[in-house]
Design a protein around this ligand. Structure first.
Ligand code: TUI
Length: 312
């Protein structure tokens, strides 16, 4: 399935695996890349030494290209920004902030830079800064989100920039991928769907909550502090929302989420941890290998819209 994105990134299928903090590690990234998509290691808020080790593991597991996601608000962003250059990484995606500060060193190193954005204004800003493509992420997504739904965001971003657009947020099967192409995207990124894969190392409890989730099971916390985060409802999100109603400060609220994502994804604490996941959890009901998942989605998408020129 050749599109502007698959050609730009040198991959077989225009499917990116989202860079999910404390979930997207080397094993999953390598499995996605070996299956013809673009696997992505999330640098999250980990130090450079952790990322370097993950890159080493992924290089041992695949000869295909893979990317690194850099969360701009990480305290280690400066050092991980250098690691991707030193390790000859071909694709960098960024999230939760503007990549401006690092654009020159990455472009000079020949890295394809693809920021995740949640508005058309931000898409135009990063295009001017030299981004090679953008990931337009709707608020259906899990984790830190913007406020526009994918259905409205993607066509608006497509109309606002000349660089290729990758759609993200609420995509979990071939119907979502076909819809994304109809909206003008030339690639997709999926996060939540890849958590329910055999190669994903997230804790069994985390995967099971996604597999069992209904469409109404996610909530958005942090709107009062303009730091919206979507996660599956649990004791933590209930407490958070209660405290928000009482006008609690962001610092007080943050005490609830401290280390909470890692507690969910690594220790399996799906009660007091943060089980970040998107609204598409509702349609995810089985665990597949990354290869099975990607092949099913590509075959299905081709059946729906193949040969009709919707993607190129
Ligand atoms: O980054 C994400 N999703 C994330 S990051 C994350 S880690 C975290 N953990 C605990 C609390 C909060 C976060 C979990 N999920 N998605 C990409 C994304 N980026 N969505 C929205 C944005 C974004 C926001 C503001 C991109 C640019 C931006 O720019 C603001 C500006 O003007 O600089």
């Amino acid at each position: 399935m050749k599109t502007k994105i698959s050609q730009m990134l040198g991959i077989k299928y225009p499917i990116l695996q989202g860079g999910m903090a404390w979930v997207s590690e080397a094993n999953m990234a390598a499995a996605v890349s070996n299956a013809g998509g673009l696997g992505i290691i999330a640098a999250a808020n980990a130090p450079a030494s952790w990322l370097r080790e993950q890159i080493k593991i992924a290089k041992a597991l695949t000869n295909m290209p893979f990317g690194v996601n850099i969360m701009i608000m990480s305290p280690y962003a400066d050092e991980v920004a250098k690691v991707v250059v030193e390790e000859n990484i071909k694709v960098v995606t960024t999230g939760a902030g503007s990549p401006k500060k690092y654009m020159n060193i990455w472009k000079d190193a020949g890295i394809k830079v693809i920021p995740v954005i949640a508005s058309s204004a931000m898409a135009q800003k990063v295009e001017k800064q030299g981004a090679d493509a953008v990931i337009a992420e709707g608020w259906e997504s899990g984790g830190h989100i913007g406020q526009i739904a994918t259905m409205a965001l993607v066509p608006k971003v497509v109309d606002s920039v000349k660089i290729p657009v990758i759609a993200a947020g609420g995509i979990g099967d071939e119907r979502g991928v076909a819809a994304a192409f109809m909206l003008g995207a030339t690639g997709v990124q999926m996060g939540t769907r890849f958590i329910a894969t055999k190669e994903c190392q997230a804790h069994r409890n985390y995967k099971d909550r996604i597999i069992k989730a209904e469409d109404t099971d996610t909530v958005v916390t942090g709107l009062s502090a303009s730091k919206p985060v979507r996660a599956l409802k649990n004791t933590m999100t209930n407490k958070y929302l209660e405290l928000e109603k009482t006008g609690a400060s962001f610092e007080e609220l943050e005490l609830l989420t401290f280390e909470s994502l890692k507690n969910a994804s690594e220790k399996g604490d799906v009660v007091s941890g943060s089980v970040m996941a998107g609204q598409i959890s509702g349609i995810i009901n089985s665990e597949l290998s990354c290869k099975e998942l990607i092949e099913k989605i590509i075959t299905g998408t081709e059946k729906l819209i193949g040969g009709k020129g919707f993607y190129e």
